[in-house]
Design a protein around this ligand. Structure first.
Ligand SMILES: Cc1cc2nc3c(=O)[nH]c(=O)nc-3n(C[C@H](O)[C@H](O)[C@H](O)COP(=O)(O)O)c2cc1C
Length: 163
């Protein structure tokens, strides 16, 4: 079933997640209605209005959340996700930060699951070269789409096969 409206919430420090978000939104807008919130500007207060959610973030400083997500994490931990379907995409660097590759996906995803939500859009780890990741919830599977713009081009092809 296609969702009627998706709420997309993202945070970005140097603009990579923002760029990736623009590509995802451009693609999804062809088939669904999507409302986009930069959480640095809008926070998370609108999140509860959506049954279908996309969450986007980068990972920083050896496995930490992107700064806006970090600042709102206590709020995020209190959100009830029951009845919500949630897909997460994360931007990171598997070469420089291979021990913490896209950890942010896993940090958010764990809370979504603990608070009753359903994660959709698991992504194979095939084709990535990293050591460990909080996002790898089952061997060989990330909890969401992992994007490494720092080392791998071809984001357009990842986005077009997402979902
Ligand atoms: C100081 C620093 C620390 C980083 N730490 C991590 C990390 O722990 N894990 C990871 O996957 N990427 C890490 N990265 C890579 C960033 O996530 C990556 O550059 C990303 O594209 C930034 O996205 P943004 O501009 O949307 O914040 C780090 C980058 C820098 C500069």
């Amino acid at each position: 079933m296609m969702p009627e409206v998706i709420g997309l919430f993202y945070g970005s420090d140097t603009g990579t997640t923002e760029y990736v978000t623009e590509l995802i939104v451009k693609k999804l807008k062809q088939t669904v209605q999507i409302s986009v919130y930069d959480i640095g500007e809008y926070g998370l207060s609108e999140l509860d209005n959506y049954e279908f959610l996309l969450l986007g973030l980068s990972t920083w400083f050896d496995g930490d959340l992107q700064s806006n997500w970090e600042g709102l994490f206590d709020t995020f931990k209190r959100i009830k996700f029951s009845g919500k379907k949630v897909a997460i995409y994360g931007v990171g660097d598997q070469i420089e930060y291979g021990e913490f590759f896209v950890d942010g996906i896993g940090i958010l995803g764990k809370i979504v699951v603990e608070n009753g939500g359903e994660i959709i859009g698991a992504w194979s780890t095939k084709g990535y070269d990293f050591e460990t990741s909080e996002a790898e919830f089952l061997p060989g599977w990330f909890m969401g789409l992992a994007i490494d713009e720092d080392n791998q081009g071809g984001i357009q092809s990842s986005v077009s096969s997402y979902g």
